[in-house]
Design a protein around this ligand. Sequence first.
Ligand code: ATP
Length: 447
Amino acid sequence: MSSQEEALKSLLAALEVSPDNIPLRQHVASILFDLERYEEAEFHLTEALKFAPNHVDIKLELAETFFEQEKNSAALVILEELLEQDPPLAKAFLLHAYISFWNGETPQALESYQEAVRLDHGLRDVSFENQLAEKGAASGDPHGGRVPTEYLTEEQPIDQIERPSIKFQDVGGMDDLKEEINLKMIAPMQHPELYQAYGKSIGGGLLMYGPPGCGKTHLARATAGEVRAAFISVGINDILDMWIGNSEKNLHHIFQLARSQAPCVLFFDEVDALGASRTDMKQSGGRHLINQFLSELDGVKYSNEGVLILAATNTPWHMDPAFRRPGRFDRILFVPPPDEAARAAILHLMLKGKPTGKIDYSKLAKKTNGLSGADLKNLIDLTVETKLRESMKTGKPLPIEQADLLKVVSQVRSSTKEWFSTARNYALYSNEGGLYDDILTYLKIKK
Ligand code: ATP
């Protein structure tokens, strides 16, 4: 017999003498619980409650005992009451999280767990967090079970302040976009008095949408280089945080950081993850974040003077229309795959400084129809690799020839096709106010 069991024996004898001794019963129940004799623990806790029906700790212990016996509904009945307690009971929230998770209600589990740990950091359960994260990822829920590596970080550390050296001249094609950015964002910063004279407000943001790899990020970075501004690139998933209120804090911190670095280009990638249509949002937390983003964009509390806000998305149709209101992302620009002239310019840029023979750029541009900037980069990288291998054999850097590039072209597939097949449907059937006319024009469906 273990020492615990021996102690139990004498405690039970003592209980025979004084059955209404509540602390004694609790102690007995806790030993039984540790010995995994849950049914007996349940009995003693139920007995104890007869003498002290409002004893919160005993109720919680009973709920835990139910949970261990998989009597989840019984546990939930008790928890319902315990979750309303004032002051709140952290352990009740934790147990609620476990049961919700067990019942397949991951968002609920997340919310309760979050509350439990907020109330008591010591309750963190890393293996449960991992389970939550796995479930969250599997469900595709952007908030899902994302669990931060650091609990309740006061401020997300941002070591993303760049000083890009590339400029517009390093971006092939995209002339309309460059002009738009110039007119809307760069010129107002350089000639504020002119804009004021015409009563034109300075600021707002520019949203770029289009298939992946077509230069949205590249252009944003070059915009910063063009005006010698700081560049801060933010993936929305970097700021999403499962803890209520933390995402908003992270977002505010990023805006403040950009303001402190002005002139600064603040670039939001995958902005759709944040601006998902508010009606789609199951959790009110998502709405708060959107509202926070909009108010930061509006610059009501803090001025966005000197901050150029650019954002990019591959799925504009998932964005909240509130983003399109004047003063916010009132310009929404389509970034298509590069046209022939742009492809020639991009290839030229990408081969600059590399050993080349005589290259016919316009012919190459013709042969690369439909490829994105990233696909063209892939083409060059693959060709360089082949050439390097050959050069290793000879020990001399062999120049890249037209024929080398043409040989590789057939291996490079356009990565934009899939995007267009989805975009086409949105443009045809959900084209409010001609929002996606540019896509239809690009696909030659509309003139
Ligand atoms: P995603 O939507 O996937 O984020 P994106 O549109 O932001 O893609 P980028 O990351 O800017 O695309 O482009 C991928 C790479 O392709 C860049 O790093 C750059 O090397 C090259 N590239 C794309 N477009 C151009 C361009 N117009 N001029 C020069 N390089 C380009």
